[in-house]
Design a protein around this ligand. Structure first.
Ligand code: NAD
Length: 295
């Protein structure tokens, strides 16, 4: 029987630790970390994500600023907001929630964010620093996964890790982090994707599998070996007449049957998801302390 990696519980523990740090800063009369979040448009999922981020700031004692703009906001207007936040000494870090409306070029906005305030870790400057093992703001989801492996004391060194999916926000950065000369790290990593041949031959020899494809219940029991560690990043909506909302959330892993073979597994929901907000808070605290780019 597998051990369940409780992302929700771990995220709460880390939040409590951050709250203690914030209290110390407050007692010493230092600057309180301040995160700003920019939300453009009415995307329902984005509203929930941003609300969660702002609520988490309140929980740990951070200052937070929420900037809401309607869907008609132009790219120029958004670039102006980014420039203002870049220059505002009060703001330690900020995020522009993706996806943006189609008339706004996401890449242009990401590049306009000062890497010193890029607490989402999406700017190529932070991505490059991460790849070279320099201090950097790590992207939220991979950072959360590394925290999970670390806190659950899961041995990564020398292990065969298979990452499914090569997105810029999950698959590619987690493959870099797992192979870095660090702790956790030093794994032998295979990055698999839609053009990978005989995917099962890779997953069958994996000690650790990170599933980030966005295909509901893709990874099945016949694809994994006994004792595997499973990190399920997928968040997929699947129609379900019996569910109140008409759908349920499922990961990229067929949970019950894979759990029966796994030594550790993350549930969906309550696994990787809650850890991403925690990463954002940790990056903001680092920024406030000047731990990545100096004061
Ligand atoms: P994406 O949707 O941008 O890309 C999917 C990747 O999967 C691609 O690299 C593609 O090559 C690969 N892929 C597709 N079909 C494949 C196949 N049959 N075999 C092997 N590889 C295949 O990826 P993403 O943005 O990283 O999202 C992946 C999933 O993770 C989604 O369900 C998303 O909702 C979820 N997600 C969760 C969190 C979180 O906080 N838990 C954060 C980000 C994304």
């Amino acid at each position: 029987m597998s051990n369940i990696i409780d992302g929700k519980g771990l995220a709460n523990t880390i939040k409590e630790e951050i709250a203690v740090e914030v209290a110390k800063i407050r007692d010493a009369g230092g600057k309180i970390p301040h995160l700003a979040a920019v939300l453009v448009g009415e995307d329902a999922a984005s509203q929930v994500y941003v609300r969660n981020k702002v609520r988490s700031c309140e929980q740990v004692g951070f200052e937070s600023t929420m900037i809401r703009k309607d869907i008609s906001t132009t790219e120029e207007e958004l670039l102006e907001i980014v420039a203002e936040l870049n220059n505002d000494d009060e703001i330690d870090g900020f995020i522009v929630q993706l996806p943006l409306p189609k008339h706004i070029n996401e890449e242009k906005i990401t590049l306009a964010i000062d890497p010193r305030k890029d607490v989402d870790g999406f700017h190529p400057a932070n991505f490059g620093r991460m790849a070279q093992g320099l201090p950097a703001y790590l992207p939220a989801t991979p950072f959360g996964i590394m925290q999970m492996l670390d806190r659950y004391d899961i041995d990564v060194e020398g292990k065969e890790c298979v990452v499914l999916g090569r997105s810029n926000i999950v698959g590619t950065p987690i493959s870099i982090l797992l192979s870095r000369k660090a702790r956790p790290g030093n794994a032998t990593v295979s990055l698999c994707h839609s053009r990978t041949k005989d995917l099962k031959s890779h997953t069958l020899r994996a000690d650790i599998i990170i599933a980030a494809l966005g295909i509901p219940e893709f990874l099945t029991a016949d694809m994994v070996k006994e004792g595997v560690v499973i990190i399920d990043v997928g968040i997929n909506r699947v129609d379900d007449e019996n569910a109140k909302r008409g759908y349920r959330l499922t990961g990229d892993v067929k949970y019950d049957e894979v759990a029966a073979k796994a030594s550790y597994i993350t549930p969906v929901p309550g696994g990787v998801g809650p850890m991403t907000v925690t990463s954002l808070l940790m990056n903001t605290l680092k920024s406030c302390r000047g731990e990545v780019y100096g004061k």
